[in-house]
Design a binder for this molecule. Structure first.
Ligand code: ADP
Ligand code: MG
Length: 140
C-alpha cells in the first residue's frame, strides 16, 4: 500500500510540559515520518476555523481557549495508512478510555487537554494540511 499523509497537532498541554520530542518519538515509532513541522501560536480565528465542525458542541468555546492557550506544533505525517496509523497511536479522545501504549494514555491530562490532534479521514487530512501548510513546506 502506498504512503499517505495525515495532519497532527501537538497540543498546548504537551508543549507546556516539554513533550514535543516524546510525542514525536511515539509517532515515529508507530511508522510515521514527520514531513513538515512548525511550532506556532494559533490565533483565535485560526482555532475557530480549524474546529468549525465542532462549533455547535458545548465544549467549543473552552476548546478554542485551550488551543490558543500556548504554542502548538503542527505536523504533516506520512506513512502507510497514515490516518488510521496515527489515530491508533493517539488513543481514545478521553484518556481514561485510551489503550496502553498510546500517546493519550501516556500523556493526556483530560478529555480536553489530550495532547494530540489527528485527522479522522483522508479527506479531512487534506483540508487540515492545506489549512496550515503551503505545498513547498512539505518535504517528503
Ligand atoms: P478527537 O480529537 O479524538 O478526534 P473530537 O474530534 O471528538 O476528538 O474532539 C475534538 C477535541 O475536542 C478533542 O480532542 C478534545 O480536545 C475536545 N473534546 C472532545 N470531547 C470533549 C468533551 N466532552 N469535553 C471537552 N473537550 C472535548
Ligand atoms: Mg476529531
Amino acid at each position: 500500500m502506498a504512503a499517505t499523509r495525515t495532519f497532527s497537532i501537538i497540543k498546548p498541554d504537551a508543549t507546556r510540559r516539554n513533550l514535543t520530542g516524546a510525542v514525536t518519538k511515539m509517532l515515529e515509532e508507530a511508522g510515521l515520518r514527520v514531513v513538515a513541522s512548525k511550532r506556532i501560536q494559533m490565533s483565535r480565528e485560526q482555532a475557530e476555523g480549524f474546529y468549525a465542525v465542532h462549533s455547535e458542541r458545548p465544549f467549543f468555546g473552552d476548546l478554542v481557549d485551550f488551543m490558543i492557550g500556548g504554542p502548538v506544533v503542527v505536523q504533516v505525517l506520512e506513512g502507510e495508512d497514515a490516518v488510521k496509523r496515527n489515530r491508533d497511536v493517539m488513543g481514545a479522545t478521553n484518556p481514561s478510555d485510551a489503550a496502553e501504549g498510546t500517546i493519550r494514555k501516556a500523556y493526556a491530562e483530560s478529555i480536553e487537554a489530550n495532547s494530540v490532534h489527528g485527522s479522522d479521514s483522508d479527506e479531512n487530512a487534506k483540508i487540515e494540511i492545506d489549512f496550515f501548510f503551503k505545498p513547498e513546506e512539505i518535504v517528503g
